[in-house]
Design a protein around this ligand. Structure first.
Ligand SMILES: NC(=O)c1ccc[n+]([C@@H]2O[C@H](COP(=O)([O-])OP(=O)(O)OC[C@H]3O[C@@H](n4cnc5c(N)ncnc54)[C@H](OP(=O)(O)O)[C@@H]3O)[C@@H](O)[C@H]2O)c1
Length: 370
């Protein structure tokens, strides 16, 4: 170690101002007592520049705004960013949810109606990771509103000097689709690409993890209902992506520079029927899985929704599933296999129903996990 350099925690090297004879210093560094020759000088200089490079890289830490950092995927992304040494600002309308990160994460409301406040909150932020979206139209929120709000967020981020945006979309967004989820996501992708900032668009199909809704609620239905009804043939495809793999990709892309669109899918592709059977097998449940006309299955889900006080699934979501919109022909990005994960979580998965609406109506509580 050079006398002018001291090691700090975590392998960082701080350069201090101690004066020392450079020759002696290099001799010490090379573990030799004699003055050093050209080769040794070169070796020492290379080692030092390597170390300085590592210090500089480590110091390239950013302030990253993450939407919904006390929610589902945003929480995993925030954790990854903090672990990499970055600081995180949580943009949310649910700032009173339990904060798992303590003072390491600041909180600001979205301020969609007052962009000047949002702009102030975003001062000093280099990267925005945007997960904000609404799952379905409801009397309290709509896709149309979510599109308009997201445009405010993205535009204001640019005004505030944000350099890069990592934006979460969906597989197969489509400007021509009658489905507002897929159409709205396509509109936002186009808006982002025209904004002139560096961007990465992540397109997940279905996320799974401890706080997920779909996989947990399939398991819950299998546990609680005598028969599992699927929409039509059940032969349409889904590619579940683990939320930790997703967070890893989002955090990596936050540190990147390239403009790109990434298909965020896991290593396994299931037909919807296979997905249900896979979960049933893991839970050791033998339930008949029957095809129902999609309209009838929708009304059954409406009945279950009334029972649990939630929107279990919408007509548009059924249509999106059946149109194969949660499938893309692309190499997997994640490593975690849903079939293994479900087996590992068989004791807890589906024990409780996970309500999307409860998350929206109660903005104080932590997201329920399976
Ligand atoms: N979960 C999946 O299986 C899945 C699949 C494909 C794509 N995606 C995409 O991944 C992104 C993140 O999804 P996530 O499941 O991790 O979401 P989430 O954490 O539940 O919510 C993400 C953000 O959206 C806000 N939000 C959600 N629903 C809202 C509503 N009805 N009204 C107002 N604000 C709402 C949350 O607000 P608060 O901060 O105030 O809570 C949070 O900031 C979304 O863009 C989604 O389209 C998710």
């Amino acid at each position: 170690m050079l006398p002018g350099a001291t090691a700090a925690l975590g392998g960082e090297v701080r350069i201090n101002s101690g004066k020392a004879d450079p020759c002696k210093a290099l001799a010490l560094h090379l573990n030799c007592s004699r003055p050093v020759g050209m080769v040794a000088w070169f070796r020492a200089a290379t080692a030092l520049s390597d170390r300085l490079l590592r210090v500089t890289c480590r110091k390239n830490l950013m302030r990253v705004a993450v939407t919904g950092a006390f929610g589902y995927s945003g929480r995993y992304i925030a954790r990854r960013l903090l672990e990499a040494g970055h600081s995180v600002l949580n943009l949310t309308n649910s700032g009173n949810r339990p904060n798992p990160f303590g003072e390491r994460v600041g909180v600001s409301p979205f301020h969609f109606d007052e962009p000047s406040k949002l702009c102030r909150a975003l001062q000093g932020v280099q990267v925005l990771v945007n997960t904000y979206w609404v799952r379905f139209d409801h009397r309290l929120f709509t896709h149309e509103q979510a599109v308009a709000n997201t445009k405010v967020l993205l535009r204001t981020a640019r005004e505030a000097g944000v350099r890069r945006i990592v934006h979460v979309s969906i597989t197969n967004p489509d400007l021509a689709s009658p489905l507002p989820y897929f159409r709205g996501k396509a509109e936002l992708e186009a808006f982002l690409q025209d904004l002139g900032l560096s961007f990465c668009i992540l397109r997940p199909a279905v996320l799974f993890g401890r706080e997920d809704v779909l996989i947990n609620n399939i398991a819950w239905s299998l546990r609680h209902l005598p028969v599992f009804g699927i929409f039509g043939s059940g032969e349409y495809l889904v590619q579940p992506f683990h939320v930790e793999d997703f967070a890893e990709a989002a955090a990596r892309e936050a540190e990147g520079n390239d403009n790109k669109i990434v298909q965020a899918i896991g290593p396994e592709t299931f037909s919807y029927r296979e997905l249900v059977m896979c979960i049933a097998r893991a839970l050791d449940l033998r339930r008949p899985v029957v095809s129902l006309p999609p309209r009838l299955a929708y009304w059954v889900c409406r009945g279950v929704g009334w029972w649990v006080g939630d929107v279990v699934i919408t007509r548009e979501e059924i249509r999106g599933l059946m149109e194969n919109r949660l499938f893309v022909d692309a190499p997997p990005l994640g490593r975690t296999r849903l079939s293994e994960w479900v087996r590992q979580h068989r004791d807890t998965l589906g024990r409780h129903y996970t309500s999307e609406l409860a998350r929206r109506l109660d903005r104080q509580s932590e997201y329920r996990s399976n």
